[in-house]
Design a protein around this ligand. Sequence first.
Ligand code: MRU
Length: 369
Amino acid sequence: MLIDGKNYQSIWIDENKRDVVKVIDQQKLPFFFEIKELSSVEDVYNAIKDMTVRGAPLIGAAGAFGMYLATLEITAHTNIQSHLRNAAGYLISCRPTAVNLSWAVNRVMERLSSFSGRESLSETALSCALEICDLEKENCRKVGENGLRLISEISKKKDGLPVNILTHCNAGWLACIDFGTATAPVYLAREKGIPVHVWVDETRPLNQGSRLTAWELGKAGVPYTIITDNAGGHLMQKGMVDIVFAGCDRATRKGDVANKIGTYLKALAAFDNNIPFYALLPSSSIDFSIIDGKIEIAIEERDPEEVRSVTGYSDGSVRKVRICPDDAAAGNWGFDITPARLITGLITEKGICKAEEQSIKELFSEKME
Ligand code: MRU
């Protein structure tokens, strides 16, 4: 996407320095736009863990590049397959909820599984990581096209008044290498001159909405309003939301969706107010091996310190301030499960389907027996 006239992805390889992976540092946005260099498996692990890079498709791509960096650590004395297995396990252990991470790391592993020598190992790993990036970008673009149809239909009914879309967290291009999922149809609508306006949930505790989605939309010239995480239900009751677009970290074959904590409450409010609620995702976010999200999806629990504090910008620097008693108990679940029955549909690269097994199978028969 364009930032101040220059095209960026949220992860890439510098053609002149191919042993380094470059990422936009999402911890620093929107206060500072900084590029960070990752040059080891450990760098990639730490970047995913501390959320320098975040968002399901992006952590998948980062994991794939991590496997490429793992191949650069191999010497003449290394047991190649055991080294790669260790690196893969280490990277996958970083964050448990988004399936994209294991999907991408395992894809590179499979490609490398027959290698016993170093020749062309790194080139193969790198080309696999780059293929994954291209695939995710292309799939997000198609998710955008499929979602655009819904925005166009609402726009026609509203006779040119802006279509109000509510989104949670950041399922934008920062989270997805390029285009985004929940934001992809919004950018296309903007390009086509369809008036849109986005309600951006701030998304405590790390504020991916107010920091990242707001920044992205602003750079793209999309009108938006940041709201507190608790405001969505009220806006829905007042007829101020036409559609909800959420991202997805892991969907089950029956259509349950894990996404950033708070998504479930938005889906409940949308259901109660008869407002369409869609999850937008590339198929790398579908875990075809599981059925029941509440039972089978591991929900990441993060440092309670993230809840006890808030990070913001003041007097030229980024500061973290305590917002509760020093010794307050706090819980920090990163994701929740929205059950399929609350979801109007899944918007994927292959089209829109209902959040139910048969409908998902119609799009992805090759992955579901
Ligand atoms: O904890 P995060 O910031 O990685 O959580 C991200 C989300 O919940 C996104 O909505 C999801 O990864 C989809 S990104 C297209």
